[in-house]
Design a binder for this molecule. Structure first.
Ligand code: DAH
Length: 352
C-alpha cells in the first residue's frame, strides 16, 4: 500500500469514526459506535496493522498520524460520554425527585372498639373505688350458674329456654347466661373483703333483634365486707352512674327480683336526654334502666363458706352493650357487633 493510500485510509477512518460517534444518541449506541470505530475489525485497526508492511522511513510518520486519529476519536467518545452522563443524571433527578413539601398520606388509624372502651371506662370507675378485675369461664358448670346462685333444681330458670346447654347428662355444662357465677368463683378463691368487677361474654338463646343478641357482654360487680349496707350499694352505684352518664344525674332504685340478692333492685338514671319529662330515649318514662343489683343473699355467703353473721355485701350486673348504646345514642345493638368500619370510625376519640 502506498503512503498516500495509507494516509487516505487513516483519514477516512478518522472521518467515519467521528461521524459514527457523533451519530450516537445515548450511552448504549455510543458503546456500539466505540466498538465499530476502535474494535479489532475497525478500519482504523486494520490500517494500523497495515503499518507493519510500510517501509521503515514512512512508518514513524504514519504511526504518529494513526495515533493522532485514535486519540481524537477517544476524545470525541469521552466528550460524548460526558454529555450523556450529564443528561442521564439530570433525567434521573427529574424522575426520582421527591417534593418534600407535599402533604403525606395519613395511614388509617384504628380505634379502640366502642364496647372495649365502654368496659375500660366502667372498670376504671370501680378501680378508682378500690375494686379489682376478676374473670371466670364462659363455659360453666350448672353448680356455679344455678345452685350456688340460689336456683335449686326446681327453679324455673334452670330449664329456661334462654340457656345454651353444652352437656345435659351428669353434671350439666352450659354457656353462662350471666356473669354472676364469677361472684361465686371469686369468693371461693379468697377471704373477704372482696371488691371485684367482672367483665365478660355471656350467651342466651335469644333471637337477634335491635335490642337482643345471642352473645353479648356483661360486667358483674361484687362487694363483700363487714358492715356493708344498702346505703353503700346506692352510693357506689350512684357514683358509677354519674361518672358514666353525667355528673348531676339523679338515680333511683326500683324494687325488683333476682334469685341471688335480697332485697333486689334495678337502678334507673334520670333520662339524660329529657331530664325526666319523657322522650323517645326513655320511652316516655323519664327514667332509664341501667342495671340490676341487690344485697347478696346470705345463702351465697354460706355456700362459699363466709360467715353471713359477720359479712354482708352488695352485687350488681349490667349489660355493656346497653350502657354503650345509651351513652352514644345507638339504636340497634347489632351495629356494635357488625364491625362496619364506617360505624366504628364515628366512635373515634370519644368518651363512653
Ligand atoms: N345477672 C343479672 C342479669 O343478667 C344481673 C344482675 C342483677 C347481677 C343483680 C347481679 C345482681 O349481681 O345483684 O340480668
Amino acid at each position: 500500500m502506498s503512503d498516500a493510500e495509507m494516509r487516505q485510509n487513516l483519514e477516512r477512518a478518522r472521518r467515519e469514526g467521528l461521524e459514527a460517534i457523533d451519530a450516537a444518541t445515548d450511552m448504549a449506541s455510543l458503546e456500539d459506535a466505540r466498538i465499530k470505530v476502535l474494535g479489532r475489525k475497525a478500519p482504523l485497526s486494520r490500517a494500523r496493522s497495515g503499518l507493519r508492511d510500510v517501509p521503515e522511513e514512512q512508518r514513524r510518520e504514519l504511526g504518529r498520524v494513526a495515533n493522532d486519529v485514535t486519540a481524537e476519536i477517544n476524545r470525541a467518545i469521552a466528550a460524548k460520554e460526558k454529555t450523556f452522563m450529564a443528561t442521564e443524571t439530570a433525567e434521573r433527578w427529574e424522575r426520582e425527585a421527591i417534593d418534600v413539601t407535599l402533604p403525606g398520606e395519613a395511614p388509617p388509624i384504628a380505634t379502640v372498639h366502642p364496647l372495649t372502651k365502654t368496659i375500660w371506662d366502667i372498670v376504671d370507675v370501680f378501680v378508682g373505688l378500690g375494686y379489682r378485675v376478676a374473670e371466670g369461664p364462659e363455659v360453666e358448670l350448672s353448680t356455679y350458674i344455678f345452685d350456688a346462685l340460689n336456683m335449686p333444681p326446681s327453679h324455673p330458670a334452670r330449664s329456661s329456654q334462654a340457656t345454651f346447654f353444652i352437656k345435659s347428662s351428669g353434671e350439666e355444662v352450659l354457656l353462662r347466661s350471666e356473669t354472676s357465677p364469677v361472684q361465686i368463683r371469686t369468693m371461693e378463691s379468697q377471704e373477704p373483703p372482696v371488691y371485684v368487677v367482672c367483665p365478660g361474654r355471656v350467651y342466651r338463646r335469644d333471637t337477634q333483634d335491635a335490642t337482643h343478641l345471642s352473645g353479648f357482654m356483661q360486667i358483674e360487680g361484687l362487694a363483700v365486707d363487714e358492715g356493708v349496707t344498702m346505703a353503700d350499694l346506692k352510693g357506689s352505684l350512684e357514683h358509677f352512674a354519674r361518672e358514666i352518664f353525667g355528673r348531676s344525674l339523679e338515680v333511683r332504685l326500683r324494687p325488683h327480683f333476682f334469685p341471688f340478692t335480697e332485697p333486689s333492685a334495678e337502678l334507673d338514671v334520670l333520662c339524660f336526654k329529657c331530664r325526666g319529662s319523657g322522650c323517645r330515649m326513655c320511652k316516655q318514662e323519664g327514667w332509664i334502666e341501667v342495671l340490676g343489683c341487690g344485697m347478696v343473699d346470705p345463702h351465697l355467703l354460706e355456700w362459699v363458706g363466709y360467715d353471713p353473721a359477720r359479712y354482708s355485701g352488695f352485687a350488681f350486673g349490667m349489660g355493656v352493650e346497653r350502657i354503650c348504646m345509651l351513652a352514644h345514642g345507638v339504636s340497634d345493638i347489632r351495629m356494635l357487633w357488625d364491625n362496619d368500619v364506617r360505624v366504628l370510625d364515628q366512635f373515634k376519640g370519644g368518651a363512653t
